[in-house]
Design a binder for this molecule. Structure first.
Ligand code: GBH
Length: 448
């Protein structure tokens, strides 16, 4: 059986991680521009000021994407490039960049998928309280409308918000992403609700104004537990843990996805947050649960062995890990596809999956990265197993199309199919990239 003929094969990126040109052509600043500069926040205090200089090199980059055989390419839009103050004045030059990017992709036979928000909140909105401000869903709606008016004649696939788990969990709870804060649950609950409202308002706006019939989703993440064995008890336990908020609170899947797909917060949230929990209006929950076309999800590792050292046994010693220290645990693809389809009943779209390695250009001029090929093969094969068992799997996006700014890790981690030399900005397609092309061409069949 395998994947359907129209399976969405591609690779992904995000604006702040690749574009650079952080204050060019009228772009406003965002929270990463401002707060990555504070010593202690990011590895070697690196910033995305230049990153992959994709803003200037997008044409050259798209040629490489074509060489990779990508059919689709997922990228995000920098809100502050389009609206320097976040609302109000539109920066035509910024919009023009994305319009040219879309044209260039289409000319290369690559279909664009757009993420509206991949963590780079405009600084001027942050000054007004950012997601704490109850106007923030309206700001996001205004921004969405500007983008939709400009690009929806050529773009069909829309994703509102990338990993809301990480916006709150990493940015305002753990404090290791911009704006590097650690706030109390009371604030985090309010901000979560505004982010969800922003998502819902954006979905409505896209459906109302898109010129081409849009296909709309968002791209959460969240811990997925893999059963210890094949027994029904083990599967039930893994499902229950994956659906629970207890261990992961703002990182959990259900905190974000239940409101979106069921129109209500998980019951657990009321127990866990107590008086910090809100009592949302029916109208709010209707906005949040505007119907979506797919369940997008970013998947990197399974929870079962996420903290291997906490295991009673020594089974963790020497297990395969990526350069992020994330355990290679491909079964998560199968179980995530199963569990999310079972719960939310939408086609599952893997909007990110990939690995960082310590790649370099070898003496022969190639970037030989057999581990990445093996990683992709393992994960995609398990995704195919789920498809074979009847789970509608819509697509797979490798993260990332090219090495880039890995947030708090700066340029230290390389996830790309394309190697980037950050000093010369020279690009080299990695061996895994050439192999990925074959995987796409065969629609995954080379794995059988
Ligand atoms: C993605 O998220 C990002 O979208 C991307 O920008 C980034 O470069 C890439 O991955 C590689 O890091 O939900 O409890 O399982 C970052 C990866 C994975 C970090 C899930 C937060 C949450 C832990 N995220 N993780 S949990």
């Amino acid at each position: 059986m395998g994947f359907s003929k129209d399976f969405i094969w591609g690779a992904a990126s995000a604006a702040y991680q690749i574009e650079g040109a952080y204050k060019e052509d009228g772009k406003g600043l965002n929270i990463w521009d401002v707060y990555s500069r504070v010593p202690g926040h990011v590895h070697y205090t690196e910033t995305g000021d230049v990153a992959c200089d994709h803003y200037h090199r997008y044409k050259e980059d798209i040629k490489l994407f074509k060489e990779l055989g990508l059919k689709y390419y997922r990228f995000s839009i920098s809100w502050a490039r389009v609206l320097p103050e976040g609302v109000g004045r539109v920066n035509e030059k910024g919009l023009e960049f994305y319009s040219n990017l879309v044209d260039e992709l289409l000319a290369a036979g690559i279909e664009p998928l757009i993420t509206l928000y991949h963590w780079d909140l405009p600084y001027e909105l942050y000054r007004k309280g950012g997601w704490m401000n109850d106007e923030s869903p309206l700001w996001f709606e205004e921004y969405t409308k500007v983008v939709i008016d400009a690009l929806s004649d050529r773009v069909k696939y829309w994703m509102t918000i990338n990993e809301p788990q990480c916006i709150i969990g990493c940015g305002y709870w753990g404090g290791h992403h911009a704006p590097f804060l650690q706030l109390p649950n009371k604030d985090l609950v309010l901000m979560s609700h505004n982010i969800l409202l922003a998502h819902g308002r954006a979905v409505r706006c896209i459906r109302k104004y898109a010129k081409e019939k849009p296909i709309v989703g968002f791209t959460p993440t969240g811990p997925v537990y893999v059963p210890e064995n094949d027994s029904k008890e083990a599967i039930d336990e893994a499902r229950e843990k994956s659906m629970s908020m207890k261990n992961s609170l703002f990182f959990s899947s259900t905190w974000w996805s239940d409101p979106v797909f069921f129109g209500k917060y998980p019951e657990e949230a009321y127990e866990i947050f107590g008086e910090d929990m809100i009592n949302p209006s029916k109208e709010d929950m209707e906005i949040i649960s505007e119907p979506l076309d797919f369940y997008g999800v970013n998947i990197y590792y399974s929870e079962k062995i996420r903290y291997p050292h906490t295991y009673a046994t020594n089974e963790y010693i020497g297990i395969p890990k990526t350069a992020m220290d994330w355990v290679v645990s491909e079964d998560v693809m199968y179980w995530a596809a199963k569990f999310w389809y079972e719960r939310y009943k939408k086609p599952v779209f893997i909007t990110e999956n990939g690995m960082a390695d310590n790649d370099w250009v070898n003496r022969n001029g190639k970037v030989c990265d057999p581990n990445r090929e093996d990683y992709i093969a393992r994960y995609v094969k398990r995704l195919m197993d789920a498809a074979d068992e009847g789970v509608p799997v819509m697509g797979y996006m490798y993260w990332s199309v090219m090495d880039n700014y890995e947030w708090a890790y700066g340029y230290d981690k390389r996830f790309g199919l394309i190697y980037v030399n950050y000093i010369t900005q020279e690009r080299t397609i990695k061996e895994s990239g050439y192999w990925y092309k074959k995987l796409i061409e065969s629609n995954g069949e080379i794995l059988n």
